[in-house]
Each structure stands twice: as C-alpha cells, then as structure tokens.
Design a protein around this ligand. Structure first.
Ligand code: 3HC
Length: 307
C-alpha cells in the first residue's frame, strides 16, 4: 500500500488495524499520544489516591477506590494498545520515569482538600470526556475500541465528582467555601489539559489529516467551557475568569487568556508536584521488580514443563 492509498483509506473513515501497512510517522505519532495518554491515567491515580485513606465516609471511600482502580485499568488498556504498534511497555515506563515522555500537566497540581476530589471528578474527568469521546472515532482501531469502554467509565467519574460537590454545596458555609476554593485552583489547569492553542500545536495538523485527532485543541476546549458554565451555575459556584461571558454572536462563551508560561513550565517539569509524581511512579516500578522477575521465572519454568 502507498501513502496515498493509506490516506484514502483514512479519509474514507476506515479503521487502520495493527496488521495494516501504515506510514512510520503515523505509527510514531500514535505510540507517542497513546503512551502519554496511558502515562496520564497511571500518574493521575496519585492526586486522588491521596484521599482514599481520609475519605469522610465509607461510601465516599468505596467510590474513590473504584475510580482510582478504573484509572489503573485505563492505563493498562492503553499500554496494551501501544503494544499492538510494536511498543514495549517496559521501555515506555522507563521513558516516563526518565522524563523522556510526558503525561498530562493537570496531574502536577496538589489535591489540598476533599473538595478537590469532587472538582477533579467534575472538571478534570469532564475535560477528559470532551477530549476522549471524539477519540472513539480515531482512525486506529485498537485505540478507538479502547476509548469506548474508557469513556463509559469516565462519565461515572465525572458524575460522582459533581454529586460530591452538590452534597458539599448543600452543607455548611465552610464546605461551600472549600468547593469554591478548589474550583478556583483547578479551572485554569483544566483548560490547559486540551493542549496549546491550535497555532502553537506542533502535532494537530498532521494528527487531524490522519484522523487521529477529530477536533483541534481549541475546538474541544471551547466545547468544555460551554458545557461547564451551566453546570457551575447549577452548583452555585463561579469560575475565576472575569472575561467569561456568553457571546450570542459566536454562540459560545468568551473566556480569558490562558497563562501559557505556566502551562509550558508545568509541561517542562516545573509544576507544583512534578518531581513527587515521577518519583512515586519510579519507586512503584522499582518496588514491583520482584513481581516481574517472579512472573518471568514462573513463565520460563512452565515453558520447560510444557516443552
Ligand atoms: N500536558 C502535557 N503535555 C501536553 C499537554 C498537557 N496537557 N498538552 C499538550 N502537551 C504536549 C504534547 O504531548 C506535545 O508534546 P510531544 O510532541 O512531545 O508529545 C506538545 O505539548 C504540543 O502539543 P500538541 O497539541 O501538538 O500535542 P497533541 O497533538 O498530542 O495534543 C493532547 C495533545 C490534546 C493531549 C492529545 O495528545 C490527546 O488528545 N491525547 C489523548 C488524551 C489524553 O492524553 N488526555 C490526557 C489526560 S488523561 C485523563 O484525563 C485521565 C482521566 O481519567 C482523568
């Protein structure tokens, strides 16, 4: 198959499968994006796991346990998708802990109160849903299929977060203040999850041509803002953006300028929790070496017995 044939197949909305010919660049871009997506799911377990042992009730603890466990499953699903492209999971983990591959900037912010657990569910998983539902139509088959199940679980994540906040907003003045404080800290980093503006995005044009991405960063960010404003009104909170207002002409909400210096500084490893997150992941990987060695020893013994 030639690159033109491949482009025609993708433009005809056909799925590319692991055994199909594909341009090296397409394979590389997919491994990069899916691996970083998987890293984000695994690192993303840390901020909320911080509250499992301190949840205010057994119900909240059970919900949070289920959510964090889902994130682990999403990561494993996505690493499995990278393996269909010839990537090696151990190599990807090494790249992550050595800072040679990225994970989503959002997970480098601290979860300071239990209201953060609700806001992460509502805004971070809400942003993830905006960004990931279109990926159910991405051109690479294994990635698209993985996203269908992941998106179903993300909607549980988003709903449980919003319900947690609804409960707190019906609580004491102190609880309402905790929720608004968390919203103030997480709103702008949630907008940054969608990546740089389209004019600054080095990958969007090619990813859109290959139907890996179905919408641009700015299109999805705008969708998320438009979706979140009525939810904030129903909750009784405000977003920390004096320029946020409905623009009837555009049919969308206008909003203020994102602090791109902060974004690139966090992406570059200088966010509030980058060091802690990567060190924790590195230690978990090192502590698990004996499990991997035991599994490999068992597999080779079984192979001897079976042979
Ligand atoms: N954090 C860290 N790096 C980011 C970033 C972010 N929020 N946004 C962009 N970047 C990086 C890109 O990786 C790229 O660097 P690279 O070329 O070295 O990989 C560079 O900034 C330029 O950005 P582009 O827009 O050109 O990059 P992409 O085309 O890859 O778009 C993306 C970025 C929109 C995040 C896209 O990769 C994507 O849609 N990925 C799949 C979804 C995903 O990974 N979501 C992350 C959150 S997962 C999550 O939320 C889990 C949930 O359970 C909470």
């Amino acid at each position: 198959m030639s690159e033109e044939d491949f482009t025609r197949l993708v433009e005809a909305e056909q799925r590319v499968e692991p055994r199909d010919w594909m341009p090296d660049g397409y394979r590389r871009t997919l491994i990069r994006q899916i691996a970083q997506h998987a890293h984000s799911e695994i690192i993303g377990m840390q901020p909320e796991a911080n509250w499992i042992s301190r949840a205010p009730s057994l119900r909240r603890k059970a919900i949070l346990l289920a959510k964090v466990q889902d994130e682990a499953g999403h990561g494993l699903y996505l690493y499995a998708a990278t393996e269909t492209l010839g990537a090696d999971r151990e190599d990807l983990t090494t790249k992550l802990v050595e800072g040679r591959q990225k994970y989503s900037s959002i997970f480098n912010y601290p979860t300071l109160t239990f209201a953060d657990v609700g806001v992460v569910g509502w805004l971070v998983d809400g942003a993830a849903i905006c960004n990931q539902v279109p990926l159910c139509r991405t051109s690479y088959g294994p990635y698209a299929r993985a996203m269908i199940r992941i998106c179903k679980e993300e909607s549980f994540h988003q709903r449980q977060g919003y319900e947690l906040l609804m409960t707190m907003m019906r609580g004491t003045q102190a609880q309402r203040r905790m929720v608004q404080d968390a919203v103030n800290r997480w709103w702008w980093p949630s907008l940054m999850m969608f990546g740089p503006s389209d004019t600054e995005s080095s990958n969007t044009e090619q990813s859109m041509a290959w139907r890996i991405k179905r919408h641009t960063n700015d299109e999805l960010r705008q969708k998320f803002v438009d979706m979140s404003v009525p939810q904030a009104e129903a909750l009784g909170v405000t977003f920390p953006d004096p320029e946020l207002r409905w623009n009837a002409e555009r049919g969308h909400h206008d909003f203020g300028e994102i602090d791109w210096d902060e974004f690139w500084s966090v992406v570059g490893g200088n966010g509030p929790c980058n060091e802690q997150r990567v060190a924790h992941r590195r230690k978990a990987h090192e502590d698990g070496q004996w499990v991997r060695d035991a599994a490999a020893a068992y597999a080779s013994k079984r192979a001897e017995v079976v042979a």
